[in-house]
Design a protein around this ligand. Structure first.
Ligand SMILES: [Mn+2]
Length: 284
């Protein structure tokens, strides 16, 4: 596949594909969302928001320059299976060129599409208010509330920030012996240490469903849940992940643009720039 640069680039970075290390893929997938609609408009809105941010990270004393290539919006077929296949192929192409894919959604099910492009030993650390471990929703197995379960059909998963799940989902997660850091455990040192141990020396893909954040700082999501992560919690977890593992891909999903409040998009863009900065700082 040939990657074409969009006119609207993340962080206003103008970089040719060959020299870029990170490739931002705008994925306007919205097929199976259930509550509030609009996540198909998120990729453009998040990229717009990124252009209001500085490339320089004051806390890390690091400036992103000449590293990020942004493709045009990926054309997503309306059929779920075809959409997932398109995402898998696109991510595979980015990986084959030796680059780091950053998917901007779009609905969370895109993580399942992306997962098919990675080796089975890649561990998926998924930040989400919801466990997304439903067997099927209204008889549809491929849907955004089953994403983590689908990914776990092939890859290991660790769930972080969960505070909304059914008893059935809880039992399923326990029966699989998966690591899950519930929201009420997130600030305990023991939780941070256990995550560090779990990911130590592994290849990790980071998935951020923006509803993992507290709705007060991320109101623009499709299925908000009270009592979530704050920005500083997320940065602390990103630091732990990047320090203890080798990150190989990332996505940010489930933003639903609001007409007059862009805080959620700015937060999404900031998390991406922070992950790039933390990762680059590590290898400096
Ligand atoms: Mn969610």
């Amino acid at each position: 596949m040939l990657f074409h640069e969009g006119s609207n680039s993340f962080l206003e970075e103008v970089v040719d594909f060959d020299s870029a290390k990170y490739v931002v893929l705008p994925i306007p997938m919205e097929i199976t969302t259930s509550y509030l609609k609009g996540t198909r408009f998120a990729p453009k809105s998040i990229i717009d928001a990124s252009r209001s941010l500085e490339n320089y990270n004051q806390e890390l004393d690091y400036e992103i320059r000449g590293k990020v290539f942004t493709t045009n919006e990926i054309e997503i077929p309306p059929d779920t299976e075809k959409a997932l296949e398109t995402i898998k192929t696109t991510v595979s192409d980015v990986l084959a060129s030796g680059k780091f894919p950053i998917l901007i959604g779009g609905e969370h099910l895109l993580t399942y599409g992306a997962s098919g492009a990675f080796d089975q030993d890649v561990l998926f650390v998924i930040f989400d208010a919801h466990a997304d471990f439903k067997d099927a929703v209204y008889g549809v197995p491929l849907n955004h509330a089953s994403d983590s379960r689908l990914v776990n059909g092939r890859n290991g998963v660790v769930l972080v920030g969960v505070r909304s799940l059914s008893l059935e989902e809880k039992k399923e997660i326990e029966s699989r012996g998966l690591a899950i850091l519930y929201m009420d455990q997130i600030r305990k040192q023991e939780s941070k240490d256990s995550l560090a141990r779990k990911i130590s020396g592994r290849k990790v893909y980071i998935s951020v469903d923006m509803d993992v954040f507290d709705p007060s700082i991320a109101p623009g999501v499709g299925t908000p849940q009270p009592n979530g992560l704050l920005y500083t919690d997320m940065i602390e977890y990103m630091f732990i992940i990047i320090k203890n593992s080798e990150i190989v891909g990332m996505d940010v999903t489930e933003v639903k643009p609001e007409p007059d409040n862009k805080a959620t998009e700015v937060l999404a863009a900031k998390i991406i720039t922070d992950v790039i900065s933390l990762n680059e700082k590590k290898y400096e």
